[in-house]
Design a protein around this ligand. Sequence first.
Ligand SMILES: N[C@@H](CCC(=O)N[C@@H](CS)C(=O)NCC(=O)O)C(=O)O
Length: 214
Amino acid sequence: MSLTLHGYWRSTTAYRVRIALALKGIAYEQVPHDLRTGAQRKAEYRTLNPQGLVPALETDDVVLTQSPAILEWIDEVYPDPPLLPAGANDRAIVRAMAATVACDIHPVNNLRILNALRTEFGADEAAVNRWIARWIGDGFAALETQIARYGDGFAFGATPTIADCHLIPQLYSAERFAVDLSPYPHLKAAADKARALPAFAAAHPDRQPDADPA
Ligand SMILES: N[C@@H](CCC(=O)N[C@@H](CS)C(=O)NCC(=O)O)C(=O)O
């Protein structure tokens, strides 16, 4: 099957998908859309993702959107190695950890939200940074407790799961905005272990074809 990932090097949601594809050893093409110029909102791209957001994953017979759904699709179609544990309870816990990032941290820190704060609510960059740190801190505090409880090297258990696929990009964003990570030692240790793996390293924003880390 041929796969094409529509993304952007700094998009943390595309980063989730790159990690999952790399963990499975799946080859894919990349088509970058520069979020800084609004390329994701162009009519042509909206035929792939009507939301005008990255990522979108084109397969031979469908275009997939929403990174959590894409991760689950990848795990179902390419089951080895699994990115979810076996039992229903454990699967629900891992999905909940992923959702803490996907539903409760990322949406309120997305580019269009930050731009609205700047242009419609008069927030300066210091206020925007406080906003970002506020919501990352909320979610990371909960994840710190869960990783201390359920982690065994990785965020949940002893192998990477979709929780790590969500956590590592969110941590990249936290570091980019200089969020204080000292209250989250378990989270940081699990992330450092994951980031040392070649699959996570290959998915890093700076390693992507459109990277522009100026
Ligand atoms: N829930 C969606 C969120 C997608 C999303 O918000 N992507 C961001 C990049 S990380 C984006 O395209 N932002 C462009 C914008 O806000 O205009 C997912 O997980 O795929």
